[in-house]
Design a protein. Structure first.
Length: 320
């Protein structure tokens, strides 16, 4: 069967959308003659992707039904890969689980991002104005998850703590940044303006195209299980990822240096209290382990040593 349209929805945050581009690559291989339509809350992730015919924000789908569904030959692919039994047992990467759920053979576990030349030029200008040497630039993402709607340090701290215990404690992030600067590196933190900044560290957050161009321009990065590690994998940019209560085997990439605090998180000693489906509680909320601070209690000098020996990255593809 070769449907005219294949409609795919990702249903997640920025990191999941970036990861979904690998699934779309497999969909394209399985339906090579079909027109792929993606519904996502982060449509700019798919800018320039030649495998996609149309991209829609779910809140802006005027005439979608009449144009692509009614009396049309289509396939609708929607699933929640976090509920796949092999993912829940930590036996299958999320990308493979997603492909399996929608009945598509997985042909790649590498996401795809296409950086526009105009965004590259904008970042080059930004770096020139800021006096940033790309060979010394280390990007950092030490916090993630829901962005605070207001500049409130207490709220920001609470949201970080609710992020599945993936965000690095601020004092450790500060130690890492300071140690990198001491080694002659220029550190820029990718974080929203309402997230608490590190002392003496520049912060930036803009539209995704510019952030992707900045990641493509850096020497390397140090991050957490959040959007930057997925974007970096898509751009062929290797770096150091610090893992807490989530698992690099099913959410990470072999090209990165994936660091954990020993066996603390490989088999949580807390036995995940109140966890229903791994990272979800019984009410569907994000699970947060109350005892997992040691999972992210990294030693700054060890992290910095790993960052400084990260292999030189591969160049990213340009947008057509």
């Amino acid at each position: 069967m070769t449907p005219e349209f294949v409609v795919f929805t990702d249903g997640g945050g920025l990191g999941k959308t970036i990861l979904s581009t690998a699934v779309v690559a497999s969909i394209s291989a399985h339906y090579p003659k079909s027109k792929i339509i993606v519904l996502t809350g982060h449509p700019d992730v798919y800018d320039g992707n030649p495998k996609v015919y149309r991209v829609f924000d779910p809140n802006a789908v005027q005439y979608f039904y009449s144009d692509y569904i009614k009396d049309k030959d289509f396939v609708f692919l929607q699933s929640e890969p976090y509920t796949h039994w092999k993912y829940l047992r930590q036996e299958m990467h999320l990308i493979e689980a997603w492909c399996d759920q929608i009945g598509v053979p997985c042909v790649t576990k590498k996401p795809e991002i296409f950086v526009k030349q105009s965004d590259k030029r904008s970042i080059e200008q930004y770096m020139k104005i800021q006096g940033i040497n790309k060979d010394a630039l280390v990007l950092m993402q030490w916090c993630g998850g829901i962005v605070p709607k207001e500049d409130n340090a207490v709220l920001g701290t609470q949201l970080n703590e609710a992020m599945h215990k993936r965000s690095i404690p601020k004092h450790i992030a500060q130690e890492i940044a300071d140690a990198l600067k001491h080694q002659g590196r220029q550190v820029v933190s990718l974080q929203h303006q309402h997230q608490e900044p590190l002392d003496g560290v520049a912060t930036i957050f803009d539209r995704f195209g510019l952030i992707a161009a900045l990641i493509d321009s850096c020497k390397t990065f140090v991050g957490i299980d959040s959007f930057m590690q997925h974007a970096a994998a898509a751009l062929g940019k290797s770096g150091t990822v610090l893992w807490g209560a989530t698992n690099s085997d099913v959410l990470g990439y072999d090209m990165h240096s994936n660091m954990t605090r020993g066996a603390v998180c490989a088999e949580p000693k807390c036995h995940r209290p109140n966890s229903f489906l791994l990272d979800k509680t019984g009410s569907g909320q994000s699970w947060s382990c109350p005892y997992s601070e040691p999972c992210l209690d990294f030693v700054a000098k060890d992290v910095v040593a790993d960052v400084l020996q990260t292999p030189k990255p591969i160049n990213a593809p340009d947008a057509p």
